[in-house]
Design a protein around this ligand. Sequence first.
Ligand code: IPM
Ligand code: MN
Length: 365
Amino acid sequence: MSNTWNARSGRRAGATSVTAMSTTQTYHIAVIPGDGIGKEIIPVAQAALDKAAEGAAHFEYESFDLGAERYLRDGAILPDEDLERIKRTDAILLGAIGDPRIKAGILERGLLLKLRFALDQYVNLRPSKLYKGVTSPLADPGDIDFVVVREGTEGLYCGAGGAIRRDTPAEVATEVSLNTAYGVERVVRYAFELAMKRRKHVTLVHKKNVLVNAGDMWQRIVDRVGEEYPEVSHDYQHIDAATIFLVSDPSRFDVILTDNLFGDILTDEAGAVVGGVGYSASGCINASNEYPSMFEPIHGSAPDIAGKGIANPTAAILSTAMLLRHLGFEEPAVRIERAVEADIEELGSTQRSTQQVGQDILARL
Ligand code: IPM
Ligand code: MN
């Protein structure tokens, strides 16, 4: 069987196995369990992915030893060889990155953000849904089902800026927000396309009353692209107001479109509103398919509960549904989502181990 790679499309050529009934394509998945509970939840997520895709797709996993342990052991964060190998895969499944022993920023910038930038994952897709059986901290949450489309490669995350006279009273530190018409337009288009498949409403969230340069450009691009989608309505909220509506009237949102930093903050709030980030999955999508996209739970490495076998793998399992959908397997993706929904409704409030939750969800697949 040929093992050649098509680096452009991220697709492997000739890796098709023919069974009696169907043709099953093989996909090569980079697995980065990472730190803390990432190592515990990722194997459970892989099991769910395999089971849901049975007969439709076959997954070959390549595990990457990246994260805090590796860094503490040999100082490596994301070696070039690893990045090159990751680039040739079809998708990435990531657990969590972060460790209190390591200074803030080293792994975040050197590993997680480096992947998002190097693989041009310009759409950071973060759905929020209040599942039946989950208690929202809101007294009257209503039906919550929205998706945040967070720009993933620009804004304040670019790393543009610097410091001079460090550690002196005259220190100067700058972080510059970079916004390009190219980068904004492609994510705006993604949001409108997504809205077409949903309830057809886009809310741009920014701070255009203060960030008059970037905010105005975002708004003009939304207005212009929006004309191509007459069925999709769009409105605008300032970020500060959006944080209020997210708790006072979250069911008003369908697709929230925003920049990198606003999206980061808003999706944590969204996670809390739907009962905790334990149920929130995300995708860092390279929608042009030039590079692999990356799927990860929104929660972090949770060092306080790591190693105890009690971390909830639900968000990681939901991330595999997003991975499947991205690769074109809608039906297995829906199957995972239904299994998770049923599991939460029936057993969501019980205390279960990581393994048990995994088994319960797998049994429904
Ligand atoms: C997230 C995280 C990351 C981000 C950090 C860890 C770099 O908070 O995925 O939301 O800010 O994007
Ligand atoms: Mn975040």
